[in-house]
Unconditional design. Sequence first.
Length: 226
Amino acid sequence: MILQERKIVNDSFIKCITTAEEISSKRRTRQSRLSNENQRMLRQLLCLKGELSERQKALVKTKLELHCLRQRLRQQAFRTSRMASRLEENKLLTEKLLERNVKLNERTRELLELYRTRALMFVYKLIGMTQELLATKTRSKAFADASAHLKSKNKKLQLRQRMLINKYTTLVAQATAPKDAQDANYGLVHMALHYMACLWECVSSLGQCPKLEGPNRRFQWALSLI
């Protein structure tokens, strides 16, 4: 549209110039005869000059608009280039992010496999510990049963021991009842020798020494008579 108007203006301007030249040539040749026409042509020329000034103003305005359009086009081209560069950068960044995402997915799969393996190992270990715990409980129950059996057996043995002690005390009391003084002295000597034999056995076992020989044979002979 602007180019067409410019072309029209140029054509009009050329046409006006040619018309002015024709008028001035006719004016030179017909100056004497065409004074009235000269004035009319002058008026027309003034009108054309006014139109030309208006057209020049319009042309200047059109040039300004064209300059503004060029500036806008340059700005748009600059923005387009910036957008293209940003698009390229975003494309590269997207490729890097995709590669990183692939690596992260692979790493995640490896970690999941590792955690799954560790979980299975932990489960197997837990099963083994559970089996050991069950075996320990079974063993503990067996020990408890054996302990209860031993306790009951110990009680029976203690009861039997008490009975034997009572029986032995009764027998000792009956055996040591003096019939006369000689029997009483014999019982005392017998008990003293018995206690001495016990003490001698204890000393021998604690000191880890052999029994006395030689001059002490009489003492051993006395002990053997017990």
